[in-house]
Design a binder for this molecule. Structure first.
Ligand code: NAD
Ligand code: UGA
Length: 458
């Protein structure tokens, strides 16, 4: 008999922390323990300064922590005491050996499986929350089935679809919750137990049950489809620039077709984040392993366009600034991979900064939440980069501003004041198309937006 009054989550990161905080807040009758090997991270979860920035997270954690939500490093104890174990450890791209640069690195995942095996003394449901290659559950079952104590493990796939910056809203009102299990009586029973937890706050019709492999593959596919939309519109942004079409107007026109829909069609300097690139490359690797070369090439081109869009952005900057940025101060507005997060993993700003530095520019980075990781992301650049929390000070004496992240605050700045403090001619490169370009041009800026004709004075 599975005890449904306790849940353990292994991995207290961007997914494990917020997801379990919402489960605890919505299900006061369930005790939720979140464990991690990273002591500093757990200490932060137990402090007033949470380890990640996410709108609404503080309130949810404050409501449940110490009541039915607990953060600790006691992994063994957690495994012993809970029969339902969510695993939400990181699954980055492999950097070594077979599949390097493409396949998912499953070492943390396998370590967790072995820890569960070592400490479990009664039957458990193991829930895959991390994003994993299709058929990972089979490998997990092989490890778990090797237990001498006769403990029964049922593996369920419950991939997470939250996006950073809107994690709490996504968790409280998800489009859907996907739960995959084996089509056996035991598999269906395990799946039902997990579905019942979500049903406390998610309408039943939004809880989808499927077979294990479909659930695992749906997660990689969902990210590949989302990223593909961005690469598609970004590729068209280049065509707009040479034809006089406006990418926002094109996106609006195609997005009003209900078969396409309006979301995820915002042209940008390129998608970032810890998941799109990693998950598509993993999909590419899986396709190649199955001899599906054309399918692999098709999806890999989504990543290739993303990288091309970043370098194209820098090439455009160079061309419009008289083919040299050497010694010129350039202010990057935003360093996070998107607004409302401090996360900088795979942020387009990193690649842009690197290419500008290679051209010997002086790069000044401003961001309300992400300055802490500039040195970590660009370690080789040392003192050639300046960090400045105040965007007005960042722009002072600069030749150009380049918007990297769609933070709301950048729309509302006093650009006349900024213009007055900059070198002339002053340039704005809007890598997110969030500013009022006409107004900036009137102030005196030379304005370059994505997928739009430039507004120039020089
Ligand atoms: P993360 O790196 O923020 O967190 C993972 C945590 O797992 C880390 O704190 C790490 O210390 C811990 N960990 C690693 N090995 C461990 C072990 N053996 N025992 C205990 N703890 C261990 O990663 P994340 O962003 O939360 O992503 C986790 C998974 O969820 C990934 O597979 C990712 O693809 C997927 N995902 C992420 C997002 C997102 O927006 N970040 C959204 C959906 C799915
Ligand atoms: C993405 C998915 O949206 C989530 O559903 C998924 O759970 C998650 O990946 C994951 O598996 O980790 P996330 O990476 O947090 O979430 O953020 P998104 O909102 O998807 O943005 C990704 C990148 O695309 C950002 O750099 C964003 O600025 C960019 N983007 C997004 C665009 O350039 N244009 C758009 O129209 C939308």
């Amino acid at each position: 008999m599975i005890d449904t009054s306790r849940i353990l989550c292994i991995g207290a990161g961007y997914v494990g922390g917020p997801t379990m905080a919402v489960v605890a807040a919505k299900c006061p009758h369930i005790r939720v323990d979140v464990v991690d090997i990273n002591e500093a991270r757990i200490a932060a979860w137990n402090s007033a300064e949470l380890p990640i920035y996410e709108p609404g997270l503080d309130e949810v954690v404050r409501a449940a922590r110490g009541r039915n939500l607990f953060f600790s490093t006691d992994i063994a104890g957690g495994i012993r005491d809970a029969d339902i174990i969510f695993v939400s450890v990181n699954t980055p791209t492999k950097t070594f050996g077979q599949g390097a640069g493409y396949a998912a690195d499953l070492q943390h995942w396998e370590k967790t499986a072995r820890q569960i095996l070592a400490h479990a003394t009664r039957d458990k449901i193991v829930v895959e929350k991390s994003t994993l290659p299709v058929r990972t559950a089979q490998a997990m079952e092989r490890i778990l089935d090797g237990n001498p104590a006769g403990v029964r493990f049922d593996v369920v796939s419950n991939p997470e679809f939250l996006a950073e910056g809107s994690a709490i809203a996504d968790l409280e009102r998800p489009d859907r919750v996907l739960i995959g299990g084996h089509d056996t009586p035991a598999g269906r029973a395990a799946r039902r137990i997990i579905a019942d937890i979500y049903a406390t706050w998610v309408p039943r019709e939004r809880i989808i049950e499927s077979n294990l492999w479909s659930a695992e593959l749906s997660k990689l596919t969902a990210n590949a489809f989302l990223a593909q939309r961005i690469s598609s519109i970004n590729s068209i942004s280049a065509l707009c620039e040479v034809t006089g079409a406006d990418v926002d107007e094109v996106a609006y026109a195609i997005g009003t077709d209900s078969r396409v829909g309006p979301r995820f069609l915002k042209a940008s300097v390129g998608f970032g984040g810890s998941c799109f690139k990693k998950d598509i490359l993993n999909l590419v690797y899986i396709c190649r392993s199955h001899g599906l070369g054309e399918v692999a090439d098709y999806w890999e081109s989504v990543v290739a366009i993303n990288e091309w869009q970043q370098s194209r952005f820098v090439r455009n900057m160079l061309a419009s600034m008289f083919n040299t940025v050497a010694g010129k101060r350039i202010a990057l507005f935003g360093f996070a991979f998107k607004a409302d997060t401090g996360d900088t993993r795979e942020s387009a700003a990193i690649g842009v900064a690197r290419q500008l530095l290679a051209e010997r520019a002086v790069v000044v980075i401003t961001d309300p939440k992400a300055l802490g990781s500039v040195r970590e992301e660009l370690p080789e650049e040392g003192d050639r980069i300046e960090c400045e929390i105040d965007p007005y000070r960042a722009a002072r004496g600069a030749h150009a501003i380049a918007v990297m992240t769609e933070w709301r605050i950048y729309r509302d700045l006093d650009y006349a004041r900024i213009f007055a403090s900059m070198e002339k001619p002053a340039f704005v490169f809007d890598g997110r198309n969030i500013l009022d370009h006409k107004r900036l041009h009137e102030i005196g800026f030379n304005v370059y937006a994505l997928g739009k004709a430039p507004l120039r004075h020089v």
